[in-house]
Design a protein around this ligand. Structure first.
Ligand code: F3S
Length: 394
């Protein structure tokens, strides 16, 4: 792998221990995956932020780096943390958990990271352009940026995204290269897709079948960006899909040659079966929406449905701090709170310690959350469309 003189000097430790270690990690990755050189990246998004995921070793690691003066070179956002950084007390997050989480956020802040903890950085002030190289590590954000925006990122882990943030580069391999962005399997969709939950169910089915490959969808008409984020998140969770194309919708779809590709098809029955399969519970103790983090449009839709109603169960809507600020200003938060719900920033149902807060069955409208909650949070799940969920709890 070709390295410039300046890069060789980083490797020899001339720029300090932290950069040497981080750059070494990037070089190692580049060698494993056959990269020819490093390329600059314009932004990073670092996963491994919740205390629930990284524990005490993670806190110590980050504080050690911050203490040694580590500082990011590019715009760097964080994945969701384990709690709303400002309102954690209102959500009854255990105090010892909160103290550790605050230390994590402080360490990132000292490194110059924007402590906006969200899986939708593109809705919160970190929007790459078409063909821009980035290093992101949350799977739904990776999928959205590659597929819907046409930016370029590999599936970074937390450490490699942090390394890219501190060094400003990433090894040139995988989805950074044109030849690795081609469709590998065609998917014909013959099903009515109306709600984001339908897209989540579709993503679950397709992810299971295409596993790590790049699907090309036909038959999806007029999906909006919220529905595409639901589709990509679910496919990333069930099949590690980092890039997909949708005929006439996503920006690289028209460049694809789909002749001779393996063909899959998905119909209404497949989606119905997925709703049943992922619904492992009956009566929800809590409803949590916003996986991936809600857009302002999604929050507005829920606020409208809750207007003048009272919730019989707790309801959280997870979003980024920036979108929550906009929702506050628009009065949506007030409507949601009057109904008994909460707009929760910086965290989500999967990385918050909901199992330690007494919840056993969670209702969601997200295919990804429905897939992850049993394993990550010991939850039974009610997976349904938004209208159905709201009807059941008002
Ligand atoms: Fe985001 Fe959490 Fe879902 S990180 S994609 S809301 S599991």
């Amino acid at each position: 792998m070709y390295l410039t003189n300046a890069e060789e000097r980083i490797l020899s430790g001339e720029n300090g221990e932290v950069l040497e270690r981080m750059f070494r990690l990037l070089v190692r990755l580049g060698e494993i995956y056959g990269a020819d050189r490093m390329i600059p990246v314009s932004s990073s998004q670092v996963a491994g932020v919740s205390y629930k995921s990284i524990g005490d070793p993670g806190v110590e690691f980050l504080e050690d780096y911050a203490g040694k003066g580590a500082s990011v070179k590019i715009v760097t956002f964080l994945n969701p943390a384990g709690m709303d950084i400002e309102d954690w007390q209102k959500l009854n997050v255990p105090a010892d958990f909160a103290q550790k989480q605050l230390r994590i956020m402080d360490a990132f802040k000292r490194m110059g990271v924007v402590v906006s903890a969200t899986c939708t950085p593109y809705l919160a002030g970190n929007l790459p352009r078409f063909r821009e190289h980035i290093a992101w590590s949350e799977s739904s954000a990776i999928s959205f940026s590659n597929s819907v925006i046409g930016a370029r990122t590999n599936r970074e882990g937390g450490p490699s995204a942090l390394a890219a943030a501190l060094c400003g580069v990433t090894p040139n391999y995988g989805l950074h290269l044109d030849e690795n962005r081609k469709a590998q399997v065609a998917v014909q969709v013959d099903a009515k897709l109306e709600d984001s939950a339908d897209y989540g169910a579709l993503g679950y089915v397709v992810g299971k079948q295409v596993k790590n490959r790049i699907p090309y969808f036909r038959g999806i008409k007029g999906a909006d960006s919220d529905q595409l984020k639901a589709l990509g998140a679910s496919m990333a969770a069930s099949g590690a899909v980092a890039l997909y194309h949708v005929e006439d919708i996503t920006p690289e779809a028209h460049l694809m040659d789909t002749k001779g590709l393996e063909m899959l098809s998905v119909n209404e029955k497949d989606l119905d079966e997925t709703f049943s399969k992922l619904s492992t519970g009956k009566e929800a103790d809590i409803v949590i929406l916003g996986c991936p983090h809600s857009s302002l449009k999604e929050i507005m839709a829920v606020a409208r449905k809750l207007e003048g109603k009272k919730l019989k169960k707790p309801l959280w809507i997870c979003t980024s701090r920036m979108v929550k600020e906009a929702a506050n200003r628009m009065g949506f938060t007030e409507v949601i709170e009057s109904a008994g719900g909460k707009l929760v920033a910086d965290t989500c149902m999967v990385v918050a310690p909901i199992e330690d807060m007494g919840y056993k069955t969670t209702a969601v409208n997200s295919g990804k959350a429905a897939n992850y909650l049993p394993g990550f949070c010991k939850q039974s799940v009610v997976f349904a469309r938004l209208d159905t969920i709201i009807e059941r709890v008002t």
